[in-house]
Design a protein around this ligand. Structure first.
Ligand code: CDP
Length: 231
């Protein structure tokens, strides 16, 4: 029998990590965890509770002081067949994807205490393996010994166009320029922060999906996963 493994997917904003991670988990009957949703949920909490205020200087200490009041969980949604993100018992799966949350999330994810809390939770979720997790530091900080690490990438303009389409389809009013600005800024901030910056793990395999269909990308990743399971 093939052994259960940990599959870590990392990469820049909107590179197709979540789409691939969900499809991989479904095909392998693994658990899928979106670590970005956790950083987004903390950011949403901070915005909703006045810890981040428009036009005011960002105050990390206020977020750190409130961390113990933030409880994140995932619950399976029988209608969509996917798991939704919950913040203190409330389903926030949709609301955490807005461009407003995207504008603040990179600042929140720089905070060491936020990362410590979320990484600990992520590691707990991977204790029994059989998990696919995507994010920025999964192969480097969360699961440095993951059996399979994928570095997902795609040309920047393709990533911007995909995210723009996704937001429009959800009914959000955004411009292509706003989306481009956000993707570029998050890519820069995520790659240049002090705590667990976004970098490719030395042993990660690069998967460029710029000109691959979702099916083609899944096939490549599945082949790699079966290879890693048989090791
Ligand atoms: O979907 P997209 O790739 O645009 O972003 P996401 O995966 O939802 O992550 C949102 C933000 O959370 C990122 O821009 C990072 O600032 C932060 N993040 C992180 O620092 N570490 C992770 N493991 C996952 C996300």
């Amino acid at each position: 029998m093939k052994k259960d493994i940990i599959i870590a997917l990392d990469g820049h904003s909107a590179c197709g990590k979540s789409t691939l991670a969900k499809a991989l988990a479904k095909a392998l009957k693994y658990v899928y965890i979106d670590s970005g949703a956790m950083y987004r949920a903390v950011t949403y909490y901070a915005m909703e509770n006045g810890l981040i205020e428009e036009g005011k200087a960002f105050d990390a200490q206020r977020i750190i002081d409130n961390l113990s009041d933030i409880n994140i969980s995932f619950n399976y949604n029988t209608t969509t067949g996917k798991s939704d993100t919950y913040l203190n018992g409330k389903n926030v799966e949709e609301i955490i994807r807005t461009i407003e949350v995207s504008r603040n999330v990179s600042e929140v994810s720089k905070i060491k205490e936020v990362r410590q809390k979320l990484v600990e939770f992520q590691q707990q979720l991977g204790k029994n393996k059989g998990i696919v997790m995507d994010g920025r530091d999964i192969g480097t900080a969360v699961f440095p010994t993951a059996e399979l690490k994928l570095w997902i990438t795609a040309d920047k303009e393709i990533r911007v166009a995909r995210r723009y389409k996704e937001l429009l389809e959800k009914g959000y009013k955004v411009s292509l320029e706003e989306v481009r600005e956000n993707v570029e800024r998050r890519d820069f901030e995520d790659s240049h922060r002090k705590e667990s910056p976004l970098v490719k793990a030395d042993d990660a395999i690069v998967l460029d999906n710029s000109y691959l269909s979702k099916q083609e990308t899944l096939k490549k990743a599945l082949d790699l996963a079966y290879g890693a399971m048989g090791k």
